[in-house]
Unconditional design. Structure first.
Length: 452
């Protein structure tokens, strides 16, 4: 079994060299090299980035997923392993996620001969029973300010969401499973997924057939607000529908001294913005979880000219598909009516993001039970208004997404985000244990359904 120090070293290398969504080429090469050196079998799909590993033999297959992309953030964490890519940082813990899944992979590899099936591990950029583990691998466009020695070496790119951490966890799980491969009652497929931050990686993996044969899938995200040793998940809705919208108001330009000669697009836009906030608080049930935020406005270049148009946009977050559909229609009607009342024109472009993430009740409970066995303090997670493209997998295959405490002073996507690496080894062991027990559970359920 690989020592904890090896998983931490891998996570720090991922953190030092973060890559943005869809650009995780070196990250993919590193993951492939580490997995192959451990004797773990890789599966090839028509994908530019991302890694899919599989451990074990037989017809029962499960999947684990890690995200691998970083964010466009300048790192300010102060760690020695800070990002070496200026403006790019692992500020969401995807480096951490990858480390967790690497650890799980190593443990599973060590048990490969005893696994009752196969474990498929997905390092995502974006009739057989199958089980999967997923880690994300992309970074963010952020200038790192963490201060760690292993800071990003890519200016403007940082692992500010912990995808380096996630990858290390899944690497650890893969190595553990590989050591047990001959005893696994099936296969574990581990997905190192690219492009999670732009909600494209999961759909790319699904389109490539990565979920073929998989009958259960599991993934994780580190949670800075939770202390180390804490595990949280919930049944049903967990993460939100995360949609983007753009509203364009077209008026008629005029000199600011003679507004009556034009149609004021700024006034029209401001009325729409105010009305949208009233819409969410007065047109929907108070118990509907619903947030609509305007995040940018662009209109006008001069102090004495009324612009001919204004563009603004933002995001809408909901946990119910009907509320999501009703909100889009109500926003569209409101925009058109306010524009018409002012003699202007307006258009709404609604861009659906990841859907609501819905955990299977059975598998959410199963994950919590295994976490208790592993020594975690287990609690029910609160509803998130963040988006997570793991939701696309759960539309295809039952499974669950979980949170593991990373005890960071700074939150996700912050330039000083510094999760505690002490979570990596226990999380890797947890996912290796989860994979084995899920295979055994699926195999037993399958045998129980066979005719006498």
């Amino acid at each position: 079994m690989y020592p904890e120090s090896q998983l931490i070293e891998w996570r720090r290398e991922l953190h030092t060299w973060p890559e943005l969504s869809g650009q995780e080429f070196a990250t993919t090469a590193r993951l492939r090299g580490w997995l192959q050196a451990a004797g773990i079998r890789l599966r090839d799909y028509p994908l530019e980035t991302g890694v899919v590993a599989e451990i074990g033999q037989g017809e029962t297959v499960i999947a684990l997923r890690a995200d691998i992309d970083a964010l466009p953030i300048n790192e300010a964490s102060g760690v020695r392993f800070h990002s070496r890519h200026p403006g790019v940082m692992h500020a969401c813990g995807h480096d951490l996620h990858s480390a967790v899944m690497l650890g799980a992979a190593l443990q599973l590899q060590a048990q490969a001969d005893t696994l009752p099936g196969r474990v498929r591990i997905l390092f995502q950029p974006a009739e057989e029973i199958a089980r999967g583990l997923r880690a994300d691998i992309d970074a963010l466009p952020i200038n790192e300010a963490s201060g760690v020695r292993f800071h990003s070496r890519h200016p403007g790119v940082m692992h500010a969401c912990g995808h380096d951490l996630h990858s290390a966890v899944m690497l650890g799980a893969a190595l553990q499973l590989q050591a047990q491969a001959d005893t696994l009652p099936g296969r574990v497929r581990i997905l190192f997924q690219p492009a999670e931050e732009i909600a494209r990686g999961a759909r790319q993996f699904i389109g490539a057939g990565v979920l073929d044969e998989v009958q259960a899938i599991f993934g994780m995200h580190n949670e800075p607000s939770l202390p180390l040793g804490t595990f949280a998940t919930r049944s049903g809705a967990f993460y939100a529908n995360a949609d983007k919208f753009i509203i364009r108001v077209t008026g008629k330009g005029a000199h600011a001294a003679y507004p009556e000669q034009g149609v004021d697009s700024i006034v029209t836009a401001s009325q729409i913005i105010q009305a949208l906030q009233g819409l969410t608080s007065r047109s929907f049930n108070a118990f509907d979880s619903l947030v609509l935020s305007i995040t940018r406005i662009d209109g006008g270049k001069s102090w004495n000219v009324l612009p001919g148009g204004v563009e603004f946009g933002g995001t809408a977050r909901t946990h119910d598909l009907q509320v999501r559909a009703d909100l889009e229609q109500r926003v569209r009607t409101l925009v058109e009516q306010f524009a018409a009342a002012n003699g202007a024109q307006a258009t709404l472009t609604w861009q659906p993001g990841p859907p609501v993430l819905i955990n299977d009740p059975h598998w959410a409970g199963f994950c919590s039970d295994v976490a208790r066995q592993a020594g975690y303090r287990v609690q029910t997670a609160e509803l998130h208004l963040l988006g997570e493209d793991f939701a696309f997998y759960l539309q295809q295959v039952p499974g669950a997404f979980v949170s593991i405490g990373s005890a960071s002073e700074f939150g996700l996507h912050h330039a000083s985000f510094t999760p505690d690496e002490a979570l990596i080894a226990p999380a890797a062991g947890y996912f290796a244990q989860l994979a084995r027990q899920a295979l055994q559970h699926l195999s037993a359920r399958c045998q129980a359904s066979l005719p006498l």
